[in-house]
Structures are given as structure tokens and as C-alpha cells.
Design a protein around this ligand. Sequence first.
Ligand SMILES: CCCCCC/C=C\CC(=O)SCCNC(=O)CCNC(=O)[C@H](O)C(C)(C)COP(=O)(O)OP(=O)(O)OC[C@H]1O[C@@H](n2cnc3c(N)ncnc32)[C@H](O)[C@@H]1OP(=O)(O)O
Length: 269
Amino acid sequence: MPYVCADYSKYKFVNVCWNSENGIATVTLKRPPVNSLTAEFLRELSSLLLDLEKDETQGLIFTSEFDEKVFSAGLDFKELYRPSIDHAKEFMSLLHSFSFRLSCTAYPTVAVINGHAPAGGCIIPLCCEYRIGLNNFNIGLNELKFGILLPDWLSSLMIHTIGSRNAEQAILSGTLFSSEHALRIGLVDEIAPTKEVALEKATAFLNKAKIVNRSLRLDAKLHLRRPILQEFQKDIENELAKNVSLLMSDKVQQSLDAHIKILKEKRGN
Ligand SMILES: CCCCCC/C=C\CC(=O)SCCNC(=O)CCNC(=O)[C@H](O)C(C)(C)COP(=O)(O)OP(=O)(O)OC[C@H]1O[C@@H](n2cnc3c(N)ncnc32)[C@H](O)[C@@H]1OP(=O)(O)O
């Protein structure tokens, strides 16, 4: 069983709960109001993955504090709106490195998607090995709808998860899927009636993974995920520069402005 060394209480936006009997860490995302991903949050999540690796966690479950509301609202609109060039570069680089690291963890990973997971909110679930959803939420990569071209590695994660035909239709139409539809196309592997049941199912998946030798399992995982990992590693500098310049473009900035206004109007402020 892992001996927990890291101080997990230092993390601001996650709560880490260790099960000392099975070595499974449950990480609850808790960045109010909607777990949107900022540079600070991504930095914290990357550091968390390293701590979990050092402590030899036997499995990782991601879930959200904002139960039955939102798993993650994706990238933080406000942080991406008119950023400095240095901040845009740092943000894109953090998003890339965190997603890469999560995609090739030695330990098995599950997302318990207990709320909406639009656009970048779908990244953590897609990097995980298994996804369990609750009813009545939407999930999908709808970036094209607001003028954002997906990074190649993100399309590749979607293809790996739901197959190229479904991924083509899903990404090109910018669809957000209901839980039932997500189950039909394999975007989630199971649906659970409550978070409690979903966590039990997640633990069952992780317990199954434990019977396999850890390093053999990692070799197999890296082999099976090679097409995704190649996309992550392909021409990194150019890919980051392309995404930064897209983010800074007038079109994307105008679209972010429009989205921020829609969200404000919705709240009447
Ligand atoms: C250029 C290269 C880029 C490469 C990578 C591309 C990958 C991903 C792109 C993205 O992820 S862009 C973000 C896309 N996200 C969305 O479109 C989600 C927008 N939000 C919603 O649909 C809803 O808020 C929700 C998540 C369904 C929750 O709805 P709910 O009714 O519960 O809450 P709201 O009243 O709408 O919002 C509460 C509060 O949260 C703020 N907020 C919502 N989403 C974001 C966000 N993405 N970033 C920052 N802040 C967000 C919203 O403004 C409200 O704030 P206040 O009014 O309370 O201040």
C-alpha cells in the first residue's frame, strides 16, 4: 500500500481523499463556480499528478464538488479573453503538458462526470481510461461552434475514445451530447444514478486494473495510446505557436467576448 508523503492539503482547487485500504485517490475538483481551467488550476493539477505518481497511488478518480451541476465548464473564458502574449503561451503550454501527463499516467484513471462537461471540460474525462456519467448532463467538444479549432492532440483523444467516424461527426457538428447519447457513442462507458454509485463503479474498474503488473500495464497503455501520444509530441513548438496565434486572433477573441456577454445576460448582470 502506498505511504502517503505529499502534503495534499496545499492544493487550493482540489480535495484529495486517499483510501488507505486500496490506495485509490479520489480527487474532487473544487474551483468555484464551475471548475473552469485557469493557468493556476492547470499548474496545480500537473503538480498533483506528480505527487500521486511519487506516492504510488493505485488508481485515480476525478470528480467535481459541484454535484449534478458541472464537472468542468472548460477553459476559463475570462482568462482567455485578451490575454498578454506571454500568458497565452503559458496557458497553452500548461494545458498541453497537463493533458499529456494525465494521458500517460502509470496508474489507472477514471472520471466520474457528475455534471456538464462542455469543450475543455471534456479534456480530463478524455485523458482518463474510463468515464462514468450521471444523468442529465451534457458533454462534448463543441469548440468549432465558437470558432476554436481543436488542437490535434484533443481530436486524437476523441478519436481514440469514440472512433474516427463518431469523432468526425461529433467534432464537425460541435455537438454537446446528453448522457444517454454519450453512452450510445462510447463517450461515457457507464451511467450511474447517483455520484455514490458512480464512485463505487469507478472503484470496481480500478480494482480490476490492480491485478495486472504495474509496469507491464503501463507499457501496454503507452502502446495502445501511441497515436495520441504521438500527436502530443509532434512538433510541439509549432503546435503551441499555432494555438496561441489562434487564441489571439480577432475572430476567437470576438467569439469569447460574445460568450462572456451571453453568460452575463443569463445571470442578469
Ligand atoms: C485557441 C486554442 C484553444 C485550444 C483548446 C480548446 C479547448 C477548449 C476551449 C474551451 O473550453 S472554451 C470554454 C467552453 N465552455 C463553455 O462554453 C461553457 C460555458 N458555460 C456554460 O455553459 C455554463 O456556465 C455551465 C457550465 C453549463 C454551467 O451552467 P450554470 O447555469 O450552472 O452556471 P452559469 O450561471 O452559466 O455560470 C456560473 C458562473 O460561472 C461562469 N462561467 C461559466 N463558464 C465559464 C467559463 N468557461 N469560464 C469562466 N467562467 C465561466 C459564469 O460566467 C458565471 O459567473 P458569474 O456570473 O457568477 O460571475
